[in-house]
Write a protein that binds this ligand. Structure first.
Ligand SMILES: Nc1nc2c(c(=O)[nH]1)N[C@H]1C(S)=C(S)[C@@H](COP(=O)(O)O)O[C@H]1N2
Ligand SMILES: [Mo]
Length: 221
């Protein structure tokens, strides 16, 4: 749908086994040929706008918090794990129509990291960057401070896997899944919202499920 940036979406051939024919897919691709299905992914599809993404682990992963803050910080996976964790169970909804009900995510509230950094007056938004080197997202500061926005270390009650954006991805529960940036590496406090990768290509900046991207209800697909 929307016909957005088709050339930019790349499949990962090695995860294209385990085709779910119930979803009408052929050879692990959706009808537009853009995505791969994750085996045992419980309905999740693999999305990446780059053909390969470096792997990071507890030794190499870093998350920086900078921009309009009093105390810029760099977190390791260990330091994130030592902070209080919040677990949420919500439906995941991709704007292209697929949906995975009741998926647990667990991690550190983004608001906690923002409070620790000390957001400076005049700031109005938060920008997210990824170690795939290409994807980005943004939220307004009010959205970013919601209790249902996590810097997620766990998904489906296991560490976030590489293909799902591990070791750390963003999880924005009330919005379409494109807001949940995978392979999260940077959180930058800014004055204004900047368009993310898909928003440059037509998606709504405010991505409330059911109330954006031309929808006034939950899609049932
Ligand atoms: N870095 C990065 N994050 C991303 C994307 C991406 O291509 N790159 N795709 C987004 C979209 S459109 C969706 S639906 C979900 C897919 O997450 P999954 O691969 O874990 O199913 O990740 C979101 N976050
Ligand atoms: Mo998506």
């Amino acid at each position: 749908m929307l016909g957005l940036g088709a050339a930019g979406l790349v499949t990962a051939p090695y995860i294209q086994r385990g085709v779910d024919s119930a979803l009408g897919t052929v050879a692990g691709k959706d009808p537009t040929g853009l995505t791969g299905l994750l085996p045992n992914g419980g309905g999740f599809r693999y999305y990446s706008v780059t053909s390969s993404v470096p792997r990071k682990d507890a030794g190499t992963y870093r998350l920086t918090v900078d921009g309009m803050v009093e105390r810029p910080a760099t977190y390791t996976l260990g330091s994130l794990r030592r902070l209080p964790q919040t677990r949420l169970v919500r439906d995941v909804q991709c704007v292209t129509g697929w949906r995975v009900p009741g998926t647990p995510f667990e991690g550190v509230r983004l608001s906690r990291l923002l409070d620790a950094a000390g957001v400076r007056p005049g700031a109005g938004a938060v920008r997210f960057t990824c170690f795939d080197g290409a994807y980005s997202e943004s939220l307004t500061l009010d959205q970013a401070r919601r209790a249902d926005v996590l810097v997620a270390l766990r998904m489906q009650d296991a560490p976030v896997s590489h293909n799902h954006g591990g070791p750390v991805r963003l999880y924005v529960a009330p919005m379409y899944f494109y807001k949940s940036a995978k392979w999260l590496s940077g959180i930058t406090v800014t004055s204004d919202v900047r368009r993310g990768y898909w928003e440059e290509r037509g998606y709504d900046i405010d991505a409330w499920v059911g109330k954006s991207n031309g929808r006034d209800d939950h899609p049932t697909v």
